[in-house]
Design a protein around this ligand. Structure first.
Ligand code: ADP
Length: 450
């Protein structure tokens, strides 16, 4: 400021002195006044040109090569520029934080929609867009009720009671491919709402499976229990001959064995589901495994058919190496397949059990029979728990409906695959194919499986 006043007066004084010196001979003091006035005008012009330079610099963001005026205008420019830059930095910071925040919401596995107080969409992430079939740009500012046309959702919005979640059919839902969404609104600042959506299809399916499973287990246990209770009452109330008593006790024993087998299979399944996947460091002999399966199959045939031995049962082990896995589990899967072949093939049938190497290094365990076979439509469901094609035959022969479910679990845990081929009236073929990485076909183990 001081310099500004000094320059102003020095311009005036210089003008006045110049005028006085030039016109001393003609007008005297008047010429000095004119000179002073001229000096003031020149100063004003110079000052205005500095202000114009400053304005240009602010407007065009400091054009390159521009030299800044010195003095008070330079100072004003410097401070203004610093202020603007710090404001710009603050805005950039806010924008970056907003972007980070939106990216976090975008990465959320749940759908997120921000609604204004009129239920209009302010922002939504990709998951929500996929859940409701929205276009994140096109549908901005649209009312959510116009886009999600489910009557249940309309009622939920109108009720204004958002304490509970709402389960809706998701986009593309059909009876064959159910898709279920959980939706809930949360009010927040200024009458706005946060709408969260979650795909609960898998959860709902798991819950339905759990319900079915409990119902099936109860049903399977209730049947033999009812029979047992009936026999106990008969034994308590009627006077029976020794022979009749023995007959009833024999029937009761059969029902107890049936319950026992069911509980054993349930425990096996729960153990398979709960234990860690077998490592590929434990190796065991394939011939020993096959020998064990053969012995158990012979014992089973005897227990089912007595000494008649109605089937022709052949075993062929063409692999002499080792396989990685848990002996008990592999044995259980293999004996389940052989047991099914024995139980479902009518007397006089031919059952072949074979373990053979494949040219690509894999090996396959095959059980073939010439029994009744299974119609194609049943094949995809055979490994479901309690799924039976021939319910009465399964029960008659002591089946639980869990055998193939156990096989499927064991096979998956050992990185193998189960394939089923069957032709009604001709027979079936069940194969477990082991991957080459879990086989050493030219190696002889020093120890048995553990
Ligand atoms: P189950 O204890 O009833 O045998 P599984 O899970 O082992 O239960 O088998 C499921 C169903 O598949 C059986 O109920 C039966 O109808 C059918 N099945 C399995 N193996 C054979 C086979 N070798 N021949 C004909 N049907 C079979």
């Amino acid at each position: 400021m001081f310099w500004r006043v000094i320059t102003f007066f020095s311009f005036q004084a210089t003008g006045a002195l110049g005028g006085w010196l030039l016109d001393m001979a003609f007008h005297g003091i008047h010429a000095a006044l004119w000179g002073g006035w001229l000096g003031a005008v020149l100063w004003l012009m110079l000052d205005t040109s500095h202000a114009a330079t400053l304005l240009r610099c602010l407007r065009f963001d400091m054009p390159p090569g521009q030299t800044l005026p010195s003095g008070i205008w330079g100072d004003v420019f410097d401070r203004t520029l610093r202020l603007l830059r710090s404001k710009d930095n603050a805005i950039c910071d806010c924008q970056k934080r907003l972007q980070d925040f939106l990216s976090a919401l975008q990465a959320s596995p749940n759908g997120v929609i921000l609604l204004d107080s009129q239920n209009r969409i302010e922002w939504c992430n990709q998951t929500a867009a996929a859940h409701f079939g929205l276009d994140a740009r096109r549908d901005m500012a649209q009312t959510i009720g116009n886009l999600v046309r489910d009557p249940g959702f309309a009622t939920y919005l109108a009720s204004r009671n958002f304490e509970e979640e709402l389960i809706l059919p998701g986009r593309g839902h059909s009876p064959h491919l159910p898709i279920r969404l959980s939706v809930q609104l949360y009010p927040y600042g200024g009458g706005r709402f946060l709408l969260l959506s979650r795909d609960v299809t898998a959860l709902e399916q798991a819950e339905a499976m759990r319900r079915d499973f409990v119902a099936n287990v109860s049903h399977e246990i209730r049947t033999p229990l009812t029979v047992l209770t009936g026999f106990v009452e008969t034994l308590q109330t009627l006077t029976l001959s020794q022979k009749e008593q023995e007959h009833y006790l024999e029937l009761m024993a059969q029902q107890s064995v049936r319950m026992q087998t069911l509980v054993d299979d349930l425990l096996t399944l729960s153990h398979l589901e709960g234990s860690p996947v077998p490592d590929s460091e434990t190796w065991g002999s394939i011939p020993i495994l096959m020998h064990q399966v053969e012995q158990d199959a012979q014992a089973l045939m005897q227990s089912v058919f007595g000494h008649d031995r109605p089937h022709h049962l052949s075993f062929d082990c063409q692999c002499h190496g080792v396989v990685a896995g848990i002996f008990q589990e592999l044995h259980s899967a293999m004996i389940n397949l052989v047991s099914n072949a024995i139980r479902y093939t009518p007397p006089g049938g031919r059952i072949g059990v074979m373990m053979r190497p494949l040219p690509d290094g894999r090996a396959v365990f095959e059980v073939t029979d010439n029994g009744p076979g299974i119609a194609q439509e049943h094949l995809p469901r055979l490994t479901e728990r309690f799924y039976r094609v021939d319910r009465s035959r399964s029960r008659e022969t002591g089946g639980t409906g869990l055998g193939l479910a156990i096989v499927k679990h064991v096979v998956q845990r050992h990185g193998a695959t189960l394939t089923i081929e069957s032709t009604p009236g001709q027979g079936s073929k069940f194969c477990i194919t082991f991957e080459a990485s879990r086989l050493r076909l030219n190696e002889y183990p020093s120890e048995k499986f553990v």
